[in-house]
Every structure is written in C-alpha cells, then in structure tokens.
Design a protein around this ligand. Structure first.
Ligand code: UD1
Length: 404
C-alpha cells in the first residue's frame, strides 16, 4: 500500500499560492476534508481553484481583500497560514483568531511576534487579527518554541520581504523542507529549511508553483504501527525512512522488524510487543501526531510503558476511550503509564480528534469482537480512504452511514 500526499505539507503549499498570481499547479493532494476547506478558503479570498484527480490548478491574480472567516479557521486551524502570504503580497490581511481546540490552547502569538519583527502592524478586532505592512522588512526572529505553523507562516512572508530574514529555533519538520522546495521553485531564496536556522533573502516577486506534495509520514506510520500491533507484515511503498527515524527506532525497540527497502518500508510485527517509553518532541523527536497510535500498541505490551506528551497540553483524550476497551492506563500530569493487557475488547467508542480516531481504529483492529467508532469525521480530516486501505490489508472494517 502507499501513503497519500501529506495533509500537513499540502495545506501550507496551497496557501503559498497566495504569494504570486500563478498559475500554480500542485499535485499528489490527498482527498481530505481539510483540503476541501482550504480550497473553500482560497476561493473566498478570490482565488480560482480547479481540482482534478489530486491535482490543483490555482490562480490568485484577482484577490479580493476579504478576510479568512471564523467559520473556516475554527474548523481548520491551519487556515491561519494565509496570514503571512496575504500580508506579504497585498500589504494587508485579516484572519480570524482560531481559538482553542480539543488538544490544547494552541496560540499563534509567535506567528504574530515574528510578523511584527518584520515591521507589520498588528491589531485585534472582534476576534480577528488585522495585519498591515506596506512592505515587510527582513528581520532576525528567534522562536521561543519551534512552532511548525509559525515557521511556515514567517518563511512564506519573508520570501517577499525587503532584505534578509533569519528564523532561529525554527521547526525542522520535513513538511517545512517540502514547502521551501516549492517556494524556491517559485523563485524564492531560502537556505537551511529542515535545520533550526532558516535564512530567507527577500525577492520582489515570485512566479507560479509546480510541485508534488510529499507522502504523508503520519499516515504511513499509522499503517506501520498496525503491522506491529496485529503481528502482521505491512509495506508502505512510498514511505521515506529519513522522515520517520524516531518511529522506526521505537518500533524496533518494541520488537518489530523494520526493513528499509528501495521503494518503501516494511514492518513485520513481533510475537511479543515489548514495552517502550516515549516522549513526544518537535522533529526529529518522536512526533506528537503518532503518540495516540503508539499508545494503542503499548496497551498490548508485555510490561509497563510510559508515554510523555510535551508538545500539546491536553493530548490524552483517547485514553478514556482505550480504557473502555480494557486498556490499563493511568495519567499523571503529562505522562501516561500503560500496563500491557493480554487483549483489548471491542466496544462503542468516540473519536475526539484526528489522531485519536486513528488510535481507536488500530485498537479496534486488535480487539476481540466489534468496535464501533463514532464521530469519524475527525478521521476524514487526515486519512484518505482509511477503511479501503485497511480492507485491502485484510482488515474487517466498514463505514456505516448514520442518520443525521
Ligand atoms: C502542526 C501540525 C500538527 C502537529 C503540530 C506539532 C499542521 C497543519 N499541523 O500544528 O498536526 O501536531 O504541528 O507537530 O502542520 N505554540 C505557541 N505559540 C505559537 C505557536 C505554537 O505557543 O504561536 C505552541 C503550541 O501551543 C504547541 C506547540 O507550540 O504547544 C507546537 O505547535 P505548532 O508546532 O505551532 O503546531 P501547529 O503548526 O499548529
């Protein structure tokens, strides 16, 4: 099986089309609800968007100066990534503040602080951030936390600034490098993306984008964990090992056999799942977006495992649901202690966020009896054709329409 295009790479890439009139061409987009939301947002800002077979053609020559409305930003926080590109290109942007979400407060203070350092005037009005700058000026920006979205927003804004911008303590996620490659293809001058210091030399204008979105490392990782959990063998054809080092090393520690092949990664599940401790961290540390799925694996380990979440303050909502399936988990502060049990029991459970819903699907695959997961709209935000892909691997899984 193959991983689809990465949602977390696709969204900033789509918003980067706001930096130049285009035409832009973006391929290997996953079919996901968040991608449709991003299309809607672009259209609302005056872009012309055509989507066919995973390829998007975008022109943004007729931007209308409208805002990124609360309704869209509320459903998809990544919408705040229109701020940097719009401000850089149009000298003004108005974007709703996203507010909190299920996994924590998730502020955008570092995005705003960075833009202010580049000379933007930022005001807050009725829950909207209004940013203005005749032309952004290059600046030296130190991020207190290596925020992924903040790094992307500032890197995009800096491409059209006057002078050089240096982002220090930048996030190093592979999606940032993918964005930088696409921006350089448009004529941007960026060095160091993927490291903790990114240097951007501003240019006067950019050309069209022509780019293929990188494969989704979180989706790929979810399938590899499924192999470890069920004692199966799964090969994810286009998975890139250099994006998944922390996960692969933890899967091996848990007893799985991971083989990096020329065209992908193969994982064979262990007979006995060994206990492993993990601590989520910014890339290249263990990704917070894999924490819930890895916890499902640990529910069946032969001992006791500790999982510490350091990126988001409230990302253990899946624990109560796993407990309903017989998992033995206790939480103290930011650490969950998981005592392995011999088996999980199917139960009706509820998805609380995107990655939590994936962890419940994994639990359902390993559990006796039937597991019924509700609120799977969370899943549709980030996993393309999940049930079909799992079915093709031999899982007994179906989507049941519910009366709405
Ligand atoms: C992105 C990913 C998300 C992933 C997360 C961390 C996308 C679309 N989403 O989210 O799937 O879980 O990275 O890998 O790519 N923070 C601040 N101030 C800010 C910005 C962030 O304090 O201005 C804090 C957040 O509250 C959080 C931490 O920094 O505790 C990391 O957040 P960030 O890296 O910004 O995550 P996102 O870009 O929102």
């Amino acid at each position: 099986m193959s991983a689809s295009g990465a949602k977390n790479a696709a969204l900033p890439l789509m918003f980067a089309t706001l930096l130049a009139p285009g035409p832009h061409r973006l391929g290997n987009l996953p079919r996901l609800r968040d991608i449709r939301t991003a299309e809607q947002l672009l259209t609302g800002l005056g872009a012309r968007v055509q989507s066919e077979n995973g390829t998007l053609q975008v022109t943004t020559d007729a931007l209308n100066g409208k805002e990124a409305p609360y309704d869209l930003v509320r459903t998809m926080r990544a919408s705040v990534l229109v701020l940097g590109p719009l401000l850089a290109r149009c000298g003004r942007a108005r974007v709703s503040l996203p507010g909190g979400c299920a996994i924590g407060a998730r502020p955008i203070n570092l995005h705003l602080k960075g833009l202010e350092a580049m000379g933007a005037e930022i005001t807050l009005d009725h829950g909207y951030v209004e940013a203005r700058a005749k032309r952004l000026q290059g600046a030296r920006i130190y991020l207190d936390t290596p925020t992924v979205g903040g790094t992307e927003n500032l890197m995009m804004a800096a491409t059209l600034a006057q002078g050089t911008t240096v982002i220090e303590n930048a996030a190093r996620e592979p999606e940032i490098s993918d964005l930088a490659v696409a921006l350089c293809g448009m004529g941007a001058r960026i060095e160091g993306a993927g490291s903790d210091t990114i240097v951007i030399e501003g240019v006067d204008s950019l050309g069209g984008m022509d780019h293929q979105v990188m494969p989704d490392r979180i989706e790929a990782g979810t399938y590899l964990i499924a192999a470890a959990l069920t004692g199966g063998r799964i090969k994810v054809n286009n998975a890139r090992p250099e994006h998944m080092e922390a996960l692969l090393s933890k899967l091996e520690e848990a007893g799985a056999e991971c083989s990096v092949e020329e065209d992908g990664i193969l994982v064979a599940g262990p007979r006995e799942i060994l206990p492993v401790n993990i601590k989520t961290q910014p890339h290249p540390g263990f990704p917070t977006d894999m924490q819930a799925q890895f916890m499902t694996l640990m529910t069946l380990c032969s001992g006791s495992s500790m999982i510490t979440e350091t990126v988001f303050e409230n990302r253990f909502m899946h624990v109560c649901e796993l407990q309903r399936m017989g998992a033995d988990i206790t939480i103290e502060g930011h650490t969950a202690t998981i005592k392995g049990v011999p088996g999980l029991l199917g139960a009706p459970v509820m998805a609380t966020d995107l990655r939590a819903s994936a962890c419940l699907v994994l639990a359902g695959l390993a559990a006796d009896n039937t597991t019924e997961i509700s609120r799977i709209y969370h899943l549709d935000r980030g996993y393309e054709s999940l049930e079909e892909k799992f079915r093709s691997l031999g899982a007994d899984i179906e989507r049941v329409p519910t009366a709405s």
